[in-house]
Design a protein around this ligand. Sequence first.
Ligand code: SAM
Length: 215
Amino acid sequence: MTDLWNERAQAYRESATHAAGDDLDLVVAWCEPGPGVTVLDVATGGGHVARRLREAGAQVVTVDAAPGMEPDVLAPADHLPFADASFDAVACRIAAHHFPDVLAAVKEMARVARYRVVICDNTFTSESAEEGDRLRDPSHVRNYGVPEWHSFFELAGLEVADEAFMVRDTDFEGWLARTETPADVRPRVRELLDSRLRNGRLELPTVVLKGIRAT
Ligand SMILES: C[S@@+](CC[C@H](N)C(=O)[O-])C[C@H]1O[C@@H](n2cnc3c(N)ncnc32)[C@H](O)[C@@H]1O
């Protein structure tokens, strides 16, 4: 998995879908960045959340499991090497669907956060779409529905203080290219995701949740 991500690092740095969007704006706003505010960006990828938080004055530490993403700290999301309550806020955008143990990761984010955890991810739409996601990218584990996200937050001791739903979209061919999906499986991926394809763009239903520590 890590090797795959090392090879993809540049594509994710340059990805328009990752570099901007209403979801990114909301993740940044809900971290309440500003001078003196500390934020951990988990699974930072191309570093877009961290960049925006730093522009807003926050002190940011990035963590990722892939060395090629050049995070400040190399670690998996379910074993964050930080003391309890180390950061004012913890952010994690468009990455949790890759985590082998998402609940352990949410618990770790809750543990190292002093006040807020902000998580944004694609949501579950159907089992056939999940098959399409896995064919496109073998590192895809699962997208979760909103009730599952609520239960992860609750089990991690986080109260859902705010949530938003949106449909992002991305150029379908660029989406396949980012993960170097083999040409011979692309038609099957297209077939499995057909109901979410419009004019060459793939719709990505997305949730953003803000959790506060329920202490
Ligand atoms: C789609 S990219 C993240 C996008 C980024 N957060 C953004 O907003 O542009 C997914 C990232 O998750 C990382 N990743 C995958 N599994 C991980 C894990 N178990 N722990 C930490 N990072 C992981 C990958 O290395 C990759 O950098």
